[in-house]
Design a protein around this ligand. Structure first.
Ligand SMILES: Nc1nc2c(c(=O)[nH]1)N[C@H]1C(S)=C(S)[C@@H](COP(=O)(O)O)O[C@H]1N2
Ligand SMILES: [Mo]
Length: 323
């Protein structure tokens, strides 16, 4: 199987940012005018191309209600400034090293406190879901941020299919362990595999998203193909890539960065400008792609700007304790 990766796609095939935005503007206008309806085919995950970094047709429509108005970062920035320690610790390592990573065949195990558990092919996992585009902010704990047009479907829609029981208080997401393909896993960088988790009400929140693509394409390997999570009000590390296991649990899952360094990384990982990382301030962030010297540093927003939608999840909690 020949997998073409984003890094190998000639620039001429990549939608230039301007025309991408124009296409979106036309679509948004059409939606506003009520013109779309049956005329605009719905992108279904069932028809998703298997290869990472390939164009999805029809292009999923943007869900404006769940998108920020800021201009997205370029495809180049989003795919060449990554954190994915399985492929190395430098920001450019994932793009350089993930090219040959195989994302088919792929299966996802559903385990724990749910009525329907077992092994599912990625095709079975994705099949019923209609895809949409959501432009989300991503804020890394390292105090940089991007704006990314993800493609995917609501996490809650996926989780509900397995009928979680009343004991399912949390959901754990495990990334793939494949040290043959992932050079970083042959080193002691983190306790492998990468594991993350959410409280069940966080996972069911309409903003929580399962991501299968970006910028009209299936996810490039360096961004977490074939499936990754995205809770945009949390620091980037909460969103595991290349998910192979979803487990419903009664007690709080262990999460990789917390296991590696509990003093610096908590379970919640909510973006919070008033709770500094022990080694640096979280009050501001650098928007990747802006000029390095002027105007690219901006104030970090509580819950990454999603406070209106998610603050109620944490009512009565001491967010200094639950960082
Ligand atoms: N499996 C896995 N998932 C991961 C990471 C990782 O190293 N391994 N890094 C996290 C961090 S720290 C960030 S900021 C985001 C970066 O996502 P992006 O490269 O798509 O922007 O992925 C997160 N998910
Ligand atoms: Mo991060």
């Amino acid at each position: 199987m020949l997998i073409r990766n984003a890094a190998d796609i000639p620039g001429s095939e990549i939608t230039p940012e301007a025309s991408f935005l124009e296409r979106r503007a036309v679509l948004t206008g059409a939606l506003a005018a009520g013109l779309v309806g049956a005329a605009w085919p719905v992108a279904r995950a069932a028809e998703l191309p298997a290869a990472a970094g390939t164009a999805i047709a029809p292009a999923p429509a943007r869900n404006a209600a769940y998108s920020v108005g800021e201009t997205p970062n370029t495809f180049e920035d989003i795919t060449h400034y990554n954190n994915y320690y399985e492929f190395g610790t430098d920001k450019t390592d994932p793009a350089a090293n993930a090219g040959a990573f195989r994302t088919r065949p792929w299966s996802v195990t559903i385990a724990g406190e749910a009525e329907k558990t077992g092994n599912f092919t990625i095709e079975d996992i994705l099949k019923p879901h209609a895809l949409e585009e959501r432009v989300y902010r991503l804020r890394c704990v390292e105090a940089w941020s991007m704006v990314i047009p993800w493609l995917g479907f609501p996490m809650g829609e996926l989780l509900k299919r397995f009928n979680p029981t009343s004991k399912a208080k949390y959901v754990e997401f495990t990334s793939v362990f494949d040290s043959k393909q992932m050079p970083g896993q042959r080193e002691d960088l983190l306790p492998w595999p990468y594991v993350e988790g959410l409280r069940i009400d966080e996972a069911m929140h309409p903003l929580a998203f399962m991501v299968v693509g970006v910028y009209g394409r299936t996810l490039p390997n360096q961004n977490g193909a074939p499936l990754r999570t995205m809770a945009p009000w949390k620091y980037g590390f909460k969103n595991g890539k290349a998910i192979v296991r979803i487990r419903f649990t009664e007690s709080q899952p262990r999460n990789t960065w917390n296991v590696a360094n509990a003093h610096e990384y908590g379970f919640y990982g909510n973006v919070n400008p008033t709770v500094d990382h022990p080694r640096w301030s979280q009050a501001t962030e650098r928007r990747i792609g802006g000029s390095f010297f002027s105007g690219s540093r901006q104030k970090t927003l509580m819950f990454n700007g999603y406070a209106d939608q998610v603050a109620s999840l944490y009512q009565g909690m001491d967010l200094r304790k639950y960082y």
